[in-house]
Write a protein that binds this ligand. Sequence first.
Ligand code: ADP
Ligand code: AMP
Length: 212
Amino acid sequence: MLRLIMLGPPGAGKGTQAQKLAKRFAIPHISTGDMLRAAVKAGTPLGKKAKAFMDAGGLVPDDVIIGLVQERLKQDDCIKGFLLDGFPRTVGQAEALKDAGVVIDHVIDMEIPDDDVVVRLTGRRVCPNCNAVFHVSLSPPTKPGICDKCGSELIIRDDDKEDTVRNRLRVYHRSTAPLIAFYEGKGLLRRLNAIGSVDDVFNGMLKLIEVD
Ligand code: ADP
Ligand code: AMP
């Protein structure tokens, strides 16, 4: 059983690492960002509500996101564990998760300076089909602009523009960083240096959760 929360600023590498962990442990990678982007693309009421917040680099209101995650965690594939990526992002969301009786084993806090976040996010390229993540220079696909995993054309996320990235960092420091103390107080926080190769960070993560 492995129930993890991936914490850290946008661009820390949460999605990249979560995809590797999900594969290794055969547990679902639950990314609220991916769920919201799918809702925006499908034009659902949720997507319509979320879009303006996401485009501005702000947070979607807690009441919108909490129900979405609770429903997802009730699905059968979460029985052997799960990886929460991008949730919780506020103390209110963390309290709601606790109040719903969801048990967490580890909260991995991926530490990275703001300047590195800007480099990572402005060079990020994502696959709109399978959600694979690349970087133009730090983690390039074999064929420029094409997803290694499914062959689709890679895109730049709307919120990876430098101005929006800076706003997302402000929002992170104001609303999400308080979760570090919240989970430290519960004895669940594991600090991870997010600088280093994808494989080195992955190995560091395995050590923190005491599996290899
Ligand atoms: P998050 O999910 O935390 O927002 P991502 O996993 O999408 O972050 O990673 C952000 C960007 O940084 C992507 O372009 C990704 O390819 C790149 N990246 C992720 N991990 C590393 C790493 N260890 N070293 C260099 N670049 C990385
Ligand atoms: P991400 O893919 O995790 O970088 O999330 C992209 C955007 O989706 C964020 O900038 C927010 O606007 C929104 N979002 C994702 N997860 C949450 C959450 N837990 N709470 C509020 N907004 C969220």
